[in-house]
Ligand binder design. Sequence first.
Ligand SMILES: *Cc1c(COP(=O)(O)O)cnc(C)c1O
Length: 396
Amino acid sequence: MTMPALMPVYPRCDVRPVRGEGCYLISEDGRRFLDFASGIAVNLLGHGHPHLTQAIQQQAATLMHVSNLYGSPQGEALAARLVEATFADTVFFTNSGAEAVECAIKTARRYHFANGQPERTTLIAFKNAFHGRTLGTISATDQDKMRGGFEPLLPGFRYAPFDDLAAAEALIDETTAGFLVEPIQGEGGIRPASDAFLQGLRRLCDEHGLLLVLDEVQCGVGRTGALYAHELYGVTPDIMATAKGIGGGFPMGACLATAEAAKGMTFGTHGSTYGGNPLAMAAGSAVLDVVLAPGFLETVKASGERLRGAIEQLLPNHDHLFESVRGKGLMLGIKCKSDSRAFVAHARDHHGLLLVGAGENVVRVLPPLVIEQSHIDEFVEKLSEAARTYAPPSDD
Ligand SMILES: *Cc1c(COP(=O)(O)O)cnc(C)c1O
């Protein structure tokens, strides 16, 4: 048996990008693609954004990495900006989304430990959730395709159906630490929580002394037109994981928490060699410069409405294929009547349009937040053509 040098855990397609230009990717063989996948909600500013690129170049030449044993003016500055812009009082920087969720889980357990209730270790998570690929984060989902063969998993998680408040409440007992939930399930199929559900979880937390832990790794950092999606629900978490878009393509994440929720996270309880290094801080800070600039989030919201309107308009012309559109801001999903991944492959290979598949036969539409009307027009043209020329694979 031959084993590729690159461990074959991804079913990689034969688009092999070598360059990015704004909202476009160019492949090894010279093909040009409209990128409405953004590295799965990562390249918020598109590819080669001058402000982000310059910040990384300059910081790389000045100071790339130092240990967290030393003081961090760069980390303090970015943490202060995030604290200023969000519910949080304190921030731990990570290198990925899964690590941000891991930190959130540890912070929640330590909170109850510090409160003298060390038996409160269980987080109630939700079916079809995605929280990452570490042992801890696959333990936090009920999805078999991510867990099979990796047992024993971590104890301390229970699962309720997503958006079912009564089912979540029914799982609360004396071992419950809190809820771990994506305000909008991404991987699971762009499913926004209802207002009643998210607000209800907050209320249950307040009533039972539990922590609301949000996973905004995919839906955060302006993606929905709010800096964080929970703002759209009028709900404040105790702890939140963020990543993907936060570095605009540079690998980084963060766990944000209130002072109360983070009270167990004292010297020596957590750490990361790379987390929060100066290069990552420069990238994160450059992304925030753009996202927090006056008017930017309003523009995302307006682009989201225009994009959604355009999709809604073309759905009836392809009702053999598409069912509906859902999501918030520029985190949209088109529900298909057949395998969404086959359609994503067709749009990519024959129409130069990059999208992402998701659960429940949803096609994820996750463009860079900097798209203009011309990109929306081009997207509509390509999507219509792709739908018109597409023949769903037969079932047999
Ligand atoms: C992508 C994702 C993660 C995992 O992030 P990684 O950077 O791949 O570790 C966690 N939660 C959600 C909601 C995600 O979309």
